[in-house]
Design a protein around this ligand. Structure first.
Ligand code: CUA
Length: 364
């Protein structure tokens, strides 16, 4: 419908909402199907009550439309009526509460999981860290990868848009996956409709949720708690793989991490550190500060003042480690390792002293 109104070809997106979908996703977990079933149960009961109540009301208005001026009947107590309007709603409430409670209890039962993954919300990306099982130690950030201009200039406007991320969460099929959620700055919410999971990620707290996806595929969600400027650009992508494919992914991740790991005993040359820092900057800083360090006019100022001039090195290290209170600058102390922090500071000072705008070119 949306497609034909807009006169454009619109297709269902793999793992995304159907173009004409108005209802919930049925999903790929027992919980998401339970939620769908509960939704139909409650909707049906409510429609029946609605028709009953409004039917009597409209019937009365119509049947007695000529009864103007009649005296209202006055009577006290009618045991039958009182019993009926107490017992019937009681039965209805129980009929709704029993299955709903059962599902809520099942949703909260995160015991005996096959795999635990820590999920951290950042402004504005997700961090995933595999805590146990064969993937223990695998960790990465998951950031919007679709160019913003492509999203903002999409046609037709208002259509659901598939946003990709650089690294997505990968889990094995038919395994109970427990996600432990927290946040580094403000409250975010990790939501995958197809899993029946939506859990707030709250700074300073750990909350957990679980899912057992029974169909391989790519499933999508979105940060579901207003968390600032780029709240709409925190997509969540989870790929469910057959066990053998998952094992291969774990192996690849471990190889990739080993290849990228920083040897703590390595003596870095200035050029190596700057090159490394450029990558760290591109992965963590450009979203707000832009590649040229000049920020986004109106939203984020340049790194310092109205041109890119970096303050004393010690102050800069402090800002990177702890963030800047009262601004969107988050603390990166927990996100970047020591080499990455040294690298990104070296890179920024190098980049902007080379541009003739920085100061203290001897900091390297
Ligand atoms: Cu994170 Cu909204």
């Amino acid at each position: 419908l949306i497609g034909s109104v807009a006169g454009a070809q619109v297709q269902d997106m793999p793992g995304g909402p159907k173009v004409n979908q108005l209802n919930l996703h049925e999903g790929v977990t027992a919980i998401s199907r339970d939620i769908m079933w509960l939704h139909w149960l409650l909707l049906t009961i409510c429609i029946v009550i609605f028709i009953g109540v409004f039917g009597v009301m409209f019937y009365s208005i119509w049947a007695h439309r000529k009864s103007r001026g009649h005296k209202a009947a006055t009577f006290h107590e009618h045991l039958g009526v009182e019993v009926a309007w107490t017992v019937i709603p009681f039965i209805i409430v129980i009929a709704m509460a029993l299955p709903a409670t059962k599902t809520v209890v099942a949703m909260k039962d995160t015991s005996s999981a096959d795999l635990t993954i820590k999920v951290t919300g950042y402004q504005w990306k997700w961090g995933y860290e595999y805590l146990d099982g064969s993937a223990a130690g695998v960790k990465f950030l998951s950031t919007l990868a679709t160019p913003r201009a492509q999203i903002e200039n999409r046609e037709p406007k208002g259509q659901f848009y598939l946003m990709e991320v650089d690294n997505h969460m990968v889990v094995p099929v038919d395994k109970k996956v427990r996600v432990v959620l927290t946040a580094a700055d403000v409250i975010h919410s990790w939501m995958i409709p197809d899993f029946g999971v939506k859990q707030d990620a709250i700074p300073g707290f750990l909350r957990d949720a679980w899912f057992r996806a029974d169909t391989p595929g790519i499933y999508r969600g979105q940060c579901a708690e207003l968390c600032g400027k780029d709240h709409a650009f925190m997509p969540i992508v989870v790929e469910v793989l057959a066990q053998a494919d998952y094992d291969k992914w774990v192996e690849d991740q471990k190889k990739k991490m080993a290849a990228n790991a920083d040897d703590p005993n390595k003596e870095w040359t200035e050029a190596e550190l700057v090159a490394r820092g450029e990558k760290v900057f591109a992965a963590n800083c450009v979203a707000c500060h832009q590649a040229n360090g000049k920020g986004i006019p109106g939203s984020f100022p340049p790194l310092d003042g109205d041109k890119v001039v970096l303050g004393p090195q010690a102050a800069q290290i402090n800002t990177v480690l702890k963030g800047k209170p009262g601004t969107a600058m988050a603390a990166f102390g927990g996100q970047l390792n020591d080499v990455e922090i040294a690298a990104v500071i070296s890179y920024t000072r190098h980049a902007w002293s080379n541009a003739g705008k920085g100061q203290d070119p001897t900091v390297l």
